[in-house]
Design a protein around this ligand. Structure first.
Ligand code: SAM
Length: 346
């Protein structure tokens, strides 16, 4: 597909970091900013809450705000994050009606937009519940340079960041982010560090073919090279998803990419499910695709491939920035491990 990048303009999306601020507080600041200078003439003072992502504010692309001078940016109270990239954490935290239990691994975390979003949504859930159980969001990256970026960014965005478990335990804050230098493929599911992990967010390296509002990220490479690259990415993505499915206590997984290629999306999902559920015995736990509750109103769904039923592809979320979705192309799948009882028995 010939995707022309850099040609599309989307609204300005502003995610409220619930770890540090409330929506009301942020709306007040932004309204004041929009009241200054040229914005008055532009008639672009409207701010609304995104209909799909409740902690995302939407401003006109015409609204000109000197974002990097704003205190709420410097203090990490807001994140300028594109809408579709908020779908991964939303699907993990609001995939089902029940709230997330236990720790979370963000398997490919840097620079950490989704890590901090997961932490923000979990904090929101914990504030409203009676349980005072703490949880950790383990943000992995295999690149030490990228891990440094992750660590620095997380210290700006979260009140509790670190790998010193004694400090994490002592703190009253209920959600800790732990940036960890780790190749996810080499993370041992039986390591006691992961004993409380019940959810995994997997947003691995991908072709980025969905990004259409930035200068062409694929560069000048030939079609053949692109195909080779997509095949190699798809192989890695499948290994990573299969590895996520091998954590025996994990019962929720989100797999997402900012690619629009079926090889990186539906094909990976179908192959991983086949592999993971190959030898299903009665009463065994089976990885199942579930339509994320928090995205039930999103219309664009997965592409049907030979290995997915219609119901399964309808569980998948697709975003196409070139077809009116007003945000970059994206793909999200949400899995739950569920007990199935053999229908032939009983
Ligand atoms: N989820 C991130 C966010 O929203 O800010 C973006 C992740 S980016 C698409 C992919 C990241 O995965 C890169 O930082 C890369 O270094 C890391 N990565 C690639 N392979 C990995 C592996 N095997 N284990 C851990 N991290 C990996």
């Amino acid at each position: 597909s010939d995707i022309k990048s850099g040609s599309v303009t989307f609204p300005r999306y502003v995610r409220v970091n619930k770890l540090k601020a409330t929506t009301e507080e942020i709306v007040k600041v932004l309204q004041k900013e929009l009241g200054k200078g040229d914005n008055k003439k532009e008639n672009s003072k409207d701010i609304y809450v995104d209909p799909h992502v409740p902690d995302l504010l939407v401003l006109s692309p015409k609204s000109s705000i000197a974002w990097h001078e704003l205190d709420i940016v410097k203090e990490g109270k807001i994140i300028l994050q594109d809408k579709s990239s908020c779908f991964s954490a939303l699907a993990l935290a609001h995939g089902s009606a029940s709230s997330v239990e236990g720790d979370v691994i963000d398997a490919c975390a840097a620079p950490g937009n989704k890590t901090s979003h997961v932490a923000s949504l979990l904090y929101d859930q914990k504030k409203g519940s009676k349980s005072n159980k703490k949880c950790k969001v383990l943000g992995f990256d295999r690149s030490s340079a990228r891990l440094t970026i992750l660590k620095n960014r997380m210290s700006e965005l979260a009140p509790l960041v670190g790998d010193d478990m004694a400090t994490v335990r002592k703190s009253k804050f209920p959600v800790a982010i732990c940036p960890t230098h780790q190749d996810f493929l080499k993370a041992d599911p039986s390591d006691k560090m992961f004993k409380d992990v019940q959810s995994i967010l997997l947003d691995p390296s991908c072709s980025g073919s969905g990004i259409v509002n930035q200068p062409d990220r694929l560069g000048e490479s030939s079609k053949e090279k692109d195909n080779e690259r997509i095949e190699s990415l798809s192989n890695f993505q499948l290994l990573a998803l299969e590895h996520a499915m091998s954590f025996s206590k994990v019962d929720r997984i989100v797999y997402s990419t900012c690619s629009v290629h079926q090889r990186e999306n539906e094909d990976v999902v179908a192959a991983a499910m086949q592999e993971a559920n190959e030898e299903i015995e009665d009463e065994s736990n089976v990885w199942t695709l579930v339509a994320p509750v928090g995205l039930k109103d999103w219309k664009r769904r997965g592409i049907k491939n030979d290995d997915l039923t219609e119901d399964q592809s309808n569980c998948l979320i697709r975003v196409n920035g070139l077809d009116g979705d007003e945000t970059n192309g994206f793909f999200v799948s949400y899995f739950e491990r569920k007990k199935v009882v053999d229908a032939n028995k009983g």
